[in-house]
Design a protein around this ligand. Structure first.
Ligand code: IVH
Length: 692
């Protein structure tokens, strides 16, 4: 029918348009870190796309943004053979070893006079091989043994910094991209906190967490875990990574070096690690390695070394591979952050959920630049697995900012007087008997009046992602609880400055500020309040998901476990936990008291708008290298002060923040007469906005 086909064309056009808009917005958000589309618009477009696709399922394409989140868990993964094997890297632990390695390849290619390396950070994650056919992602696979990996395309699609479609006008038939999937440290810590609450075994490090996540059968869980990806290798059969370009196959994509490959990957829409550097001598490689040995500790993700790769692809091809490694690249690793020490004691810590965590007290040892004297032993299962005894010699590990842990015990060094450790039968804080459910690893104190649980609940309530009460730290909470000022989080809202001033070292000004901060917390949205209640399994993401569906506390409290579990992304266990929580009388009383205090238990309060800030409503572009701030930091500071940050200069730009080596953006800003700011001037503006 005529009309049907006209409709079909219109639908198809709208679908294409929606997908392009969403893809662009995601790229700006996840890859460039510079969103221009407001979240509300994004949500609206996404919903429109979802609705259209539900109506016309035959028009769903594998690169549609809706296909990032899998609907059905896989029952198992299938194995796939890699077209090109994924090699691993030879290690060098210092620059002498690197020089030796360099001599070896120079013997293979004695005529090469000049050498040039691309130095990259070695990201501590899990390698992925991605295949694009005609520009569309068709396959994602794990490294496996390098020859055969597992097909995890559905999970790979959930990683927002991996494009589902390459941004190339005429994509070649096949493109293979390799890179590292990793978990940013913040997400890693959040996952472990959630696992701890759920009584699940913790991931030892972000690498294991990334690998474990990629192999999750349910891609909805993968989608929640915020994996990220840096691309580092590009193969285009016949064009890139195949040595010389065939003369009869000229291509706009022809690149001849690793440096250019990285640039092309970036143009194709991938995230490429910005901390790469071209090094033209051993001294430059050494300088890069040394600089990142400490700078890496400030990165929001884990690295375990740097990778030096010969830049010329022709030279790479000439050198080829050994059985296991490329001859043209080497990993310059940082020394392992592990060390032996002695367990002097084992104590236990009682967390806010009552979880009793055994902690090894160690003879102090230097690790990753800090002194380590305590390490977590996680739970009684881990203690049994390690078979740890008091006075044992153990290996401890500290990775970046992660809590140190005991990796293994050296039983051959166990002294005769060493004693096996057993978990306490009573809570060390309140002396009540502890409890360990059969099917859980965690031992708990279940006395709701236990001071440790109360302290934990208060600290969680005041934490940044919850009610964000500035100044209510551990030290004060401890004292307020000891002095009997607080018995539940609702008591916070009855505190007076006079009461606080009776506490040691609490001056008038601090007391008043704390009261103000507590009062301010009443404006925090309902989703944060729900998170702050500390219900088991309700992390900040689940709290947001739940409050979108249950827009006030009464609806949630009245909901059946089935109704709660029907919310997309909420499983049975979470639903049961929420339901049980609201059925305890003590918790109902708590909610009533919070309601009387004026805490938000409904809707989403709009974020406070700082209209008096000189940055409010102004549009900024940041360009060049700033003297002290990273570009992303500058952007977040501007946004936090009410400013808007975009990526390109236009007539609408109010300020250009300029650092060193600024390029075309500065030229354009000068041409348009846009005000330029140095980092100092920006900081001054930010200070002004704070004073308001
Ligand atoms: S290049 C043939 N570059 O390190 C080239 N690998 O120990 C092989 N890795 O399996 C890889 N960051 O998972 C390369 N910038 C980077 C890397 C990197 C992390 C991982 C990769 C590889 C392992 C080798």
């Amino acid at each position: 029918m005529e009309t049907a086909s006209v409709d079909a064309i219109a639908v198809q056009q709208r679908l294409t348009e929606l997908r392009q808009l969403i893809q662009r917005a995601s790229y700006e958000y996840y890859v460039l870190d510079a969103p221009t589309m407001p979240d509300s618009v994004y949500d609206q477009l996404y919903r429109e796309l979802q609705d259209l696709e539900t109506q016309y399922p035959e028009l769903i394409t594998p690169d549609s943004p809706t296909q990032r989140v899998g609907e059905r868990p896989a029952s198992q993964f299938t194995s796939v053979r890699h077209n090109i094997p994924l090699y691993s890297l030879e290690n060098a632990f210092n620059v002498e070893e690197f020089a030796n390695w360099q001599e070896r390849w120079r013997r293979v290619a004695p005529t090469v006079a000049e050498f040039e390396y691309v130095c990259e950070l070695k990201i501590d994650g899990s390698a992925l091989a991605l295949t694009y056919e005609n520009g569309v992602l068709v396959r994602g696979a794990t490294r496996g043994d390098g020859i055969t990996g597992e097909e995890i395309t559905q999970n790979v699609r959930t990683i927002r910094s991996i494009p589902l479609r390459l941004s190339l006008d005429n994509p070649p038939p096949v493109v293979e991209v390799r890179g590292e999937a990793f978990l940013p440290l913040q997400s890693f810590e959040q996952i472990n906190q959630e696992r701890e609450k759920a009584g699940e075994a913790l991931f030892a490090n972000p690498r294991n967490a990334a690998a474990g996540t990629l192999r999750q059968l349910d891609s909805r869980i993968v989608a929640k875990r915020k994996l990220d990806f840096f691309a580092y290798t590009l193969h285009i059969p016949g064009v890139v990574g195949e040595g010389e370009v065939e003369p009869d196959n000229p291509s706009a994509l022809a690149v001849t070096s690793q440096w250019e490959s990285l640039e092309l990957l970036r143009q194709m829409g991938f995230r490429v690690n910005p901390n790469r550097q071209l090094c033209r001598s051993l001294a430059e490689v050494q300088e890069y390695y040394d600089r990142w040995s400490t700078a890496r500790l400030d990165l929001p993700y884990m690295t375990d070394g740097v990778v030096a790769k010969l830049n010329s692809l022709a030279l790479q091809e000439r050198l080829g591979f050994t059985q296991k490694f490329p001859r043209w690249a080497v990993a310059l690793k940082y020394p392992a952050e592990e060390s032996p020490t002695i367990v002097e004691n084992i104590s236990v810590n009682v967390g806010r959920t009552g979880a009793i965590t055994p902690v090894a007290e160690l003879r102090p040892v230097q690790l990753a630049g800090t002194t380590v004297s305590r390490a977590t032993l996680h739970n009684s299962d881990r203690i049994a697995e390690l078979d740890i005894h008091l006075l044992d010699t153990v290996i401890v590990r500290k990775a970046g900012e992660i809590i140190p842990e005991v990796v293994r015990v050296l039983p051959e060094l166990r002294p005769a007087e060493a004693r096996r450790y057993t978990m306490p039968t009573h809570c060390p804080e309140c002396n009540e008997p502890v409890f360990k459910p059969e099917d859980e690893a965690v031992t708990r104190c279940i006395n709701i009046s236990c001071p440790a649980i109360l302290r934990g609940a208060l600290i969680h309530w005041a934490s940044r992602d919850a009610l964000d009460i500035n100044g209510l730290g551990e030290k004060w909470v401890q004292q307020f609880v000891e002095r009997g000022l607080l018995h539940t989080v609702a008591d916070l809202y009855d505190l007076t400055a006079e009461q606080l001033m009776t506490i040691d070292r609490m001056g008038k000004k601090s007391a008043e500020n704390l009261i103000k901060a507590i009062a301010h917390s009443k404006t925090q949205p309902w989703s944060r309040v729900l998170y702050g209640l500390g219900i088991r399994h309700v992390g900040s993401v689940n709290a947001q998901v739940l409050t979108q569906q249950f827009t006030d506390v009464d609806q949630l409290a009245a909901a059946t476990p089935e109704a709660i579990a029907s919310v997309y992304g909420i499983g049975d266990e979470i639903a049961r936990s929420v339901h049980q929580w609201f059925h305890l009388e003590a918790n109902q009383t708590l909610i009533e008291r919070l309601r009387q205090a004026g805490v938000q238990l409904a809707g989403e309060a709009p974020p406070p708008v700082n209209t008096t800030s000189p940055l409010a409503g102004k549009t900024f572009v940041v360009t060049g290298t700033l003297p002290t701030l990273k570009r992303d930091e500058a952007k977040s500071l501007i946004q936090a002060a009410g400013g808007k940050v975009t990526d390109s200069v236009s007539k609408k730009t109010d300020y250009l923040v300029v650092g060193e080596d600024a390029g075309s953006k500065l030229d354009k800003a000068i041409a348009l007469g846009i005000t330029q700011l140095s980092e100092d001037q920006l900081l001054a503006l930010l200070r002004e906005s704070k004073q308001d």
